[in-house]
Ligand binder design. Sequence first.
Ligand SMILES: Cc1cc2nc3c(=O)[nH]c(=O)nc-3n(C[C@H](O)[C@H](O)[C@H](O)COP(=O)(O)OP(=O)(O)OC[C@H]3O[C@@H](n4cnc5c(N)ncnc54)[C@H](O)[C@@H]3O)c2cc1C
Length: 456
Amino acid sequence: MENKISTDVIIIGSGLAGCAAAYRAAAAGKKVLVLEKMPYYGGNSALAGGGYAASDSSLKYREKFGLEPDSWQLHAEDTFKAGGGIGDMALIETMAKGAPEGLNWLLSCGVTFTNALNQIGGHSVHRAYMADITGREIMDRVHAACERAGAAFRNNTRVTDFLLQDGRIAGVKAAASGQESCFAAKDGVILASGGFSRDTALRQKYCPALNEKYGCSNHKGATGELLTLAESFGADTVGMEYIQLYPCGDPKSGGIDTLGFHAYTGPGYGMIYVNQRGDRFVNELLGRDAVSDAQVQTCEKPTFAIFNQEIADILGLTADETERFTRGRRLYAADTLEGLAEAIHVPAEALCTAVARHNAFVAGEQADDFGKVRGTTLKALDKGPYYAVPQWPTVHFTMGGLRIDTSARVLDRRGQPIPGLYAAGECCGGIHGKNRLGGNALAECVVFGFIAGECR
Ligand SMILES: Cc1cc2nc3c(=O)[nH]c(=O)nc-3n(C[C@H](O)[C@H](O)[C@H](O)COP(=O)(O)OP(=O)(O)OC[C@H]3O[C@@H](n4cnc5c(N)ncnc54)[C@H](O)[C@@H]3O)c2cc1C
């Protein structure tokens, strides 16, 4: 072994969970080193659409827009329910309680949000703040705040092993440029290494159906080698078999672009999803699991998100984007519904009927065909231009991971904390149960990153 570096806290992974932990530890005066295997920092966090779920924030949008009341308890209830009732309520409550403080911290780092509070699938109220900058820009600002607080970062440094001393995880081994080094951590090692959606072998171990034919929205480094390593040190895992599909992936690449994010946020404003017969097939405001299942059951790839200019304006789809996406045949546009149906090759009569029936529901004239609850922000699709985005489920988020407690300590198979080892973010299981609600991942990262950053 060539090198030995000593510090107070080692954090593995430079995504949002790692950065929140780094910030908290560095701000408390600790010497912090973040190790990142990729040549870039930010992980999946730098791809995120910037949706953040919180029952409150210093922006006070709920009061500003006169929206229905919310509370951290209701946020926790929705999360538990969406997860099929198997999530760990203590962890869920910790996330829901801490989410507003986490959002305020992002604001203090310079992250900015759109002037709207959205209702997205599975949340019973408007609760999703949307950053108006990209995930990359969010992580640039958060990363800069961490460096200002004194945290140091090393990219291209892959953690390969833990150092065990007197029954405590006392550091890690990591490889950079073909050379292995030891990094000793006096106060703790924090795993913030993200999920394993890109690890086809590991995801198929738990979900055999999710083979390489499925697209994936994640960055290349979203692999699960550190989960396997932690297990070999006695760590317990939970919910590994629950892997989330995101309904609005690009059918060709499996990625999620601006349109994919809009297609997911849009149903709160009256956007509908139709199949290749031009029919609606699902309550678009259900959770991602239910919507993705319904899409797969159509057996017709792709399905389409349908909306109009009024909704495009609310979502912030610019004229430039509309032009660019239409040119690239990622978005289809027409002045009339009949024209749109022709462009996407679905029967015009069926599409017009689907839109008319949904408009009647929005106007309060009839119940929704799929049991949707009427919200105050729903708009009728009664005026063009109209748009269609092709979409198909893509492997997106791994709900399972390391079992932790509310102090972010990694637990062993007997439920005891493994001394010196902490974890935060998508590498952990237990919060989202069988299905994660949109905006809860970023909240989880900041809340548990902060808690892990207090390790000693
Ligand atoms: C396209 C997309 C959009 C999303 N949009 C949203 C959204 O709007 N709202 C929301 O709540 N959630 C969203 N999510 C989910 C959310 O972004 C992630 O769950 C979250 O960012 C994970 O953060 P993290 O810090 O736990 O992991 P990451 O941000 O993935 O960071 C983990 C880091 O650890 C590194 N690492 C892994 N193994 C090693 C190793 N052996 N050695 C060193 N480093 C290692 C990885 O390279 C990576 O950089 C989205 C996800 C994707 C993919």
